[in-house]
Design a binder for this molecule. Structure first.
Ligand code: COA
Length: 372
């Protein structure tokens, strides 16, 4: 048996959702650069689920459908209030809340296409409301319900603060959602597919995916980047900080990637947005520090930033709490998880690899009172 650690380079499925070819990312054949420039997040969700961009009437109907399911029932908000709000990490809260949504959905166990599609709409629509409600509840504030006239990006920022966001904030947030929506067979998407390939339900698939995204080697990296930037504090400290990390052979969060070699095509869009926003907020030192770190890592280790590196200063500039960065990743990536779950159901086979056993063999059982 040849063991491929981390399943690197293993092709585990066919998929028609997103592709990474020669360091270029495309959703259903549309290059990420043009989508990041022009598309709304709602168009992207439609694209991932239907493998085509919507025409005007389809988009409006889809937005309406999402808006109809975005509210959380009062009884569900009461359940959120029971959580130890001050100490729980928002990703743990989101993981539990999504699992709870499944408990209250009477159609949770129905596996026909129509029921599964409706569950996908409910999850996509409700996740932004859950994250923002949690954020307010832990500050002792009442949640603010979604508005039907706002986009998902604008609604998220509105539900967080109660104020209608500036156009630049909506543009940045929408771009971030578009860029995070899907990424082929990344760890959390694979987790979702493994889960539902047992023919388990959609809520179980998304709950498992949130658990996988939470880790700092995956979605948790964006929060860790902000922690690092805060620890460094100023441009003069970058050199010593990074050199010390490298000397200790510690990883620098927001750098490196399993699949990309030349660079993550999503990072440049967030870099431009980070520059614009940090100039506006008067915190351009964050951008300058980031660029210095980028230059050092390129020179010293030939490592380039991934999607998490500049998204950290983008979200920080939008005045979002740092521990909400990864839940925001989930609010976007749930669109991709759902597309992959539906694709898995359409052509399912149990995912069950093998392990090369390296432990002891042929041991004789000794009763407990005779063991030394
Ligand atoms: N900082 C410093 N060195 C890094 C690094 C980083 N962020 N990412 C990779 N490397 C180095 C490793 O130390 C290793 O060097 P070595 O061969 O001398 O031991 C080499 O590059 C390969 O790294 P490895 O961890 O085996 O790559 P991987 O494909 O298993 O992991 C990541 C990919 C993304 C998990 C990894 O790059 C990483 O941990 N990055 C930081 C976390 C992060 O930003 N995650 C978000 C991904 S979108």
């Amino acid at each position: 048996m040849t063991v491929i650690r981390g399943l690197e380079g293993i092709i585990a499925t066919t998929s028609s959702i997103s592709s990474i070819i020669d360091d270029s990312l495309a959703y259903v054949g549309y290059d990420i650069d043009s989508l990041a420039e022009h598309a709304s997040f709602e168009e992207i969700v439609f694209l991932l689920w239907n493998r085509k961009l919507p025409i005007d009437i389809e988009l409006r109907k889809f937005q309406q459908e999402l808006a109809e399911h975005a509210e959380l029932p009062d009884s569900f908000i009461e359940q959120l209030k029971i959580m130890p709000l001050k100490q729980v990490h928002p990703m743990a809260a989101l993981r539990s809340a999504v699992s709870l949504l499944g408990v209250y959905d009477e159609s949770a166990e129905l596996m026909d296409d129509k029921s599964n599609y409706l569950k996908a709409v409910k999850l996509q629509a409700k996740m932004p409301t859950i994250v923002t409600a949690f954020s307010r509840l832990r500050k002792g504030l009442e949640p603010i319900g979604p508005r039907k006239d706002l986009s998902i990006a604008a609604n998220f920022l509105y539900m967080l603060t109660g104020e209608e966001p500036e156009p630049i904030a909506i543009e940045a947030f929408n771009k971030a959602l578009v860029l995070h929506a899907d990424h082929e067979l990344n760890a959390s998407t694979f987790t979702a597919r493994v889960c539902v390939a047992t023919l388990s339900d959609i809520y179980s698939g998304i709950t498992s995916a949130i658990g996988a995204l939470k880790g700092p080697l995956h979605g948790g990296a964006n929060e860790a980047v902000m922690k690092m930037l805060t620890e460094i504090g100023s441009l003069e400290n970058v050199d010593a900080y990074i050199k010390e990390k490298m000397a200790k052979k510690e990883k620098i969060m927001g750098f490196g990637h399993r699949v990309y070699r030349k660079g993550d095509p999503r990072a440049k869009h967030l870099k431009i947005m980070a520059k614009k926003l940090t100039d506006l907020t008067g915190e351009s030192y964050l951008y300058d520090m980031s660029v210095k770190i980028e230059t050092m890592l390129k020179q010293e280790k030939n490592l380039v930033p991934n999607v998490d590196f500049f998204s950290a200063s983008v979200y920080h500039s939008l005045k979002i709490d740092h521990d909400l960065f990864t839940p925001i990743f989930a609010v976007s990536r749930v669109s991709g998880w759902l597309a992959h779950i539906l694709e898995q159901y359409d052509n399912n086979r149990l995912i069950r690899p093998r392990a090369d056993y390296v432990g002891p063999e042929r041991l004789a059982y000794i009763p407990v009172d005779e063991r030394s």
